[in-house]
Write a protein that binds this ligand. Structure first.
Ligand code: GTP
Ligand code: MN
Ligand code: MN
Ligand code: MN
Ligand code: MN
Ligand code: MN
Length: 198
């Protein structure tokens, strides 16, 4: 595990920090792109108001709510569905990169929840219709392409976009941790995505 990681309890014991909780909702799928490229898994991310990609979730006021209650509140605002995540879904906490001088330092918590494909589709429908943040703080949900096309499109191009905070490494860690992409395929996509920046 990368340095800077904290347990949930260690993180909560840090005084003077703000906390933010974000979640990766995902499922398995048998569907295929163009009827021949297995999609294998659906992972939900979002296009934020600021044009960056990130996971659903947000700031939690730990004086007023538990991390998980705050995360569930944020998911309701951003996705339009009640999705009570629990302590068991907590996978990571770490200090965020040094913030702008005006704001207090931040600890980011990450949660993962595997769902059924139909539940994921319901989240997508709600996020695009009833979610109060739709079209405001959240411009839309996106699925992460985990495959590579013959011309090198797919995961590599996705990773070449800009991400909020450490959302990109949260995604990469999760892909490896859950074995959603083979390490050698991830390595190839990463190498390609770095070339795309230049
Ligand atoms: P407001 O309602 O405008 O306060 O937004 P929010 O509560 O939804 O907060 P947001 O989702 O923007 O997350 C709070 C902070 O956490 C951001 O300012 C980023 O620094 C960081 N952040 C946002 N999204 C992610 C993410 O996907 N991963 C990580 N690690 N950090 C994130
Ligand atoms: Mn078409
Ligand atoms: Mn929010
Ligand atoms: Mn948010
Ligand atoms: Mn918020
Ligand atoms: Mn808000």
């Amino acid at each position: 595990m990368a340095s800077g990681q904290l347990s949930r309890e260690e993180a909560l014991a840090c005084s003077g920090y703000r906390h933010a909780c974000h979640a990766m909702l995902y499922c398995d799928t048998n569907t295929q792109l163009f009827g021949r490229i297995p999609i294998r898994h659906i992972i939900l991310m979002q296009m934020r108001f600021d044009g960056l990609l990130g996971f659903p979730g947000g700031f939690v006021n730990t004086q007023e709510e538990t991390l998980e209650a705050g995360l569930s509140r944020e998911l309701l605002e951003e996705l339009g569905v009640a999705l009570p995540l629990s302590v068991e879904d907590h996978v990571d906490a770490r200090f965020a990169p040094v913030p702008s001088s005006s704001s207090s330092p931040l600890i980011t918590h990450f949660y993962m929840r595997k769902m059924d494909e139909e539940q994921i589709r319901e989240v997508e429908r709600a996020a695009a219709s009833t979610a109060t943040d739709h079209g405001q703080e959240v411009l839309g949900m996106v699925r992460v392409p985990l495959y590579s096309t013959k011309s090198g499109g797919g995961l590599a191009f996705f990773l070449s976009h800009s991400f909020i905070g450490n959302a990109r490494s949260q995604l990469l860690d999760s892909l490896l941790r859950l074995n959603l992409v083979a390490p050698k395929d991830l390595h190839k996509a990463l190498t390609q995505s770095l070339k795309m920046h230049t």
